[in-house]
Write a new protein. Structure first.
Length: 255
């Protein structure tokens, strides 16, 4: 006779408890939260094995011609990305952002005055509560006193600084800086250091007195696709963009 040895039963996580739905059942806030936690817990093992980066879309556009750095604002097109922690970043509508607002937010969060440096422009999502139970009735944002508090997902673009000396921004050609960064990070392992975010572009910022300006913006050097060789593809895209600019400057065919 063959004996089968079984380990002791291990209680599963409470997040794996699926809500039993039936006709006439009352669904409150707790039930909806449990249902969402169940779906997230089931998808997490699958998404954590997926390569981090942009799945599709999320390109940067500006209103009018010229480079992205020549405009005061830009738009992130709809698309989907996966973070290194297995979280999906889904943008369903065009997201508009102001360069100065992004720079000021970074300076305020880091308590610094000089923004000169090289950054990743990152896409992030966070959950925020509107009118939490601790808010006084006279301070509620919702005028309807019978409406419950809401948990919303907020998508934003922010800056993440790279360890590059600020002096290099003014003394080193943009294409050379971009190539250094792309070539140094071809394995894509640095993406695990992003806190529930993915990079969309590489940005250089200069500060003169109290004025902060965007020197250049490079999508090819800062956009990493969710593919096994995404870092090498980024290096290829950056090199191709640099060569294309040289050819255009000498009035040669771009291809």
């Amino acid at each position: 006779m063959t004996f089968i040895v079984l380990h002791r039963p291990i209680a599963s996580s409470a997040k794996l408890e699926r809500v039993h739905l039936f006709a006439g059942r009352h669904l409150g806030e707790e039930e909806f939260d449990r249902q969402q936690e169940y779906a997230d817990a089931r998808l997490l093992p699958l998404l954590k094995t997926h390569q981090a980066g942009v799945v599709f879309g999320l390109n940067l556009n500006s209103n009018g011609g010229g480079a992205l750095a020549d405009h005061e604002s830009f738009v992130v097109n709809p698309g989907l990305a996966v973070t290194a922690q297995g979280q999906t970043l889904n943008v369903q509508m065009p997201l508009r952002a102001q360069w100065q607002a992004i720079i000021e937010h970074y300076l305020a969060s880091t308590a610094s005055a000089d923004a000169t440096g090289v950054y990743y422009l990152t896409l992030q999502q966070a959950q925020r509560t509107i009118d939490s139970p601790t808010v006084e009735p006279c301070q509620r944002a919702e005028f309807d006193p019978t409406r419950d508090s809401r948990l919303v997902t907020v998508t934003s673009v922010q800056l993440q600084r790279l360890a590059i000396a600020p002096a290099l921004v003014a003394t080193t050609p943009a294409e050379q800086l971009q190539n250094w960064v792309a070539a140094d990070r071809v394995d894509g392992s640095f993406l695990s250091g992003f806190n529930q975010a993915v990079p969309l572009a590489l940005v250089a910022i200069t500060t003169s007195g109290d004025t902060h300006s965007v020197a250049w913006v490079s999508e090819p050097a800062g956009r990493y696709e969710a593919t096994p060789q995404g870092g090498y593809r980024t290096l290829l895209n950056q090199t191709s963009a640099a060569l294309r600019m040289v050819m255009q400057a000498h009035s040669l065919p771009a291809n």
